[in-house]
Design a protein around this ligand. Sequence first.
Ligand code: 3HC
Ligand code: NAI
Length: 708
Amino acid sequence: MTSVPSASVVSRSLHGNVLVVSIDHPPVNALSVDVRRGLVEAIDAAENDAAVAAVLIVGAGRNFIAGADIREFGKPPLPPLLPMVCNRIENCTKPVVAAIHGAALGGGLELALAAHYRIAVRGAKLGLPEVQLGLLPGAGGTQRAPRLIGAAGALDLMLSGRHARAEEARSLGLVDRLGATDDILGEGLAYARELLAAKAGVRPTRAAVAGLADADANRAAVAAARKDTPARTRGLFSPMKIVDAVDAALTLPFDEGLALERKLFLECLDSPQRAGLIHAFFAEREVVKAPETQSASARPIARVGIVGGGTMGAGIAVAVLDAGLPVTMIERDDAALARGRAHIERVYDGLVAKGRMKPEAKDAALARFAGSTAYDALANVDLVIEAVFEDMAVKKAVFAELDRVCRPGAILATNTSYLDIDDIASGTSRPADVIGLHFFSPANVMKLLEIVVPSRVAADVVATSFAFAKQLRKVPVRAGVCDGFIGNRLLAVYRTAADYLLEDGASPYQIDRAMRAFGYPMGPYQVVDLAGGDIGWAARKRRAPTRDARMRYVEIADRLCERGWFGQKTGRGFYRYEQGARVGTPDPEVEAIIESERLRAGIAPRSFTDDEIVRRLMCAVINEAANVVREGIALRPLDVDVALIYGYGFPRYRGGPMKYADMLGLPNVLAELERLSEEDAFFWKPSPLIVELVQRGADFASMNGTAS
Ligand code: 3HC
Ligand code: NAI
């Protein structure tokens, strides 16, 4: 074996007559400019070296190649561009083999598709996930994949962005061979030598016909995608471009198809959705790096206690059981405990009925569950999560019991939505062990976990909470203590701004429609009806004594609650739900109530465009979010973005409210707030942070400390 010097991220070594080209660019071998240069040099070198009969491309570390270097997007492109690198590989006059382990995603898979032969080992993940970043495969993937595996398979991969395992990739025809062992270099070399021995020559994928053979099926797949995709990918820009590109693969010569792919790729690259989605990609990797996770080590969590078996307690229990941990639940009495257990079983039965869980897995999960009405059962747990009624006296009584029975070093967490966790902590003899773990309903489904950090908590308790979130596969966001923390505090202003619009003349149905068109899965009043109007009603009553007199208060929702119209569960709310229907219909009686409330408040209704509705609700959220950042409740703007995307249905493709604000331009946001302040100087008072950023010519991104 002789080694040839080259760029440090791409090394070349001759193994007999096979040139091994190894990409070593941690963390994930992304195809940044140095890698692209190194690859072209390597292919040139192989062509010019008579001792080389074939080329083998491998990735060093855990992956083949994770794709294009996402950090380069939005910056001026540096040659050689990836499509050109792929073409260079395909045009090599000596056979090129790609040996795939770990991730071969996006541009990584496209590069492999441009090679002449592909082998993958077990555990490899192959995919074209560009759609999740607002893009399409832009290095020949839309043209080469259909030629290999047909339009249906290619569209499925590109429109879902899912990863296919090595075995599936083999059966689809994306790879030619499955390696028998995990030794990627050994397997790749053996395959390359076998090909040379069989005198297998170059085999450019551009000339492949297997995938194009069934023209009718391909045409049907494209037609079906054209029909279904808009509804399935509501509001997204790149999916239909993917369909257009695959269509071109079937109808145009290869080079023309490539040119169209490039044009469509650039359109996607320029789209605000690409900027929003890539921001979300980096932001969700950044949130887990809270300072305490760097400064302290996590305590081990092997046993978990949960107090309260209602909606949240049961949901949290499922989330913890699903992570493979044992759970002990405490309830007030046997009947409540039985309800809690039944709730958990119902969740699992639902999964079994849908075929998403095997009955044995349900039994195994329930075998880890124990219930008790005596707190002593929690003597040995490492973490307790309290999820009893939202009432300070009840919570304090529970924490006094936990303080009494739990072992030293056990973490005592509350799932409170609004209550002061410093107050809860100070009622115990161990405030350093008390933290907020704020789950969202349904707790076994929703990804967000707000980690609410009271003033006296120990750093390793915070670090443990982040590690626990990872065990549960949740997305943790660090929040400070205030009324509603990050998410519910922003939800409150969002709802208030919507209520102002309602009283001023918009209908709940128009507001919901406008916010759905903006990208939320549901409008604010649909959410109220789903969660139960009584919850917000209770919170409003609780806040009434301390509400600032300058705050305008809209009573419309109270009128509905007084009638017992709490939403879906009572059959009526802002909408009517006929016989348990989950989708409501507009209710003229609600409109009449709104009308009479306007009269009572002396308001002459006016009309609002959908655009005005979106602008007002977003300005309210952005402004309060700026206060949340300014007060240190959120560490950075990106923490707000992740919380709203994962807990509140904020459209991911807009990157979260802070990214959206930056895209609108903070001076424009400030100008709008100033205009609105003329109507209501208290509610719309511009956040001092926005004022300061605008004065400095800065944006929220400048406070994130990240590339996006
Ligand atoms: N470019 C730049 N950085 C990347 C990257 C990429 N394509 N993929 C991952 N990274 C970075 C992450 O930001 C993270 O950085 P950090 O340590 O500073 O936070 C680091 O690599 C490790 O990433 P993960 O934490 O996600 O590591 P995992 O081991 O959990 O997952 C992975 C690895 C499955 C490869 C996952 O990172 C992933 O899915 N990456 C993105 C894959 C992708 O979307 N590829 C398509 C890119 S677009 C493209 O190729 C366009 C082409 O068609 C022209
Ligand atoms: P819930 O009313 O459905 O359940 C509360 C449960 O606690 C009941 O089963 C009750 O029997 C039990 N309980 C009451 N006192 C107890 C005690 N002293 N000891 C043991 N068990 C006791 O309420 P839900 O909705 O589950 O809420 C629980 C907590 O989670 C509240 O603090 C709430 O604010 C918070 N939360 C609720 C969310 C939601 O969407 N429902 C979302 C996030 C947090």
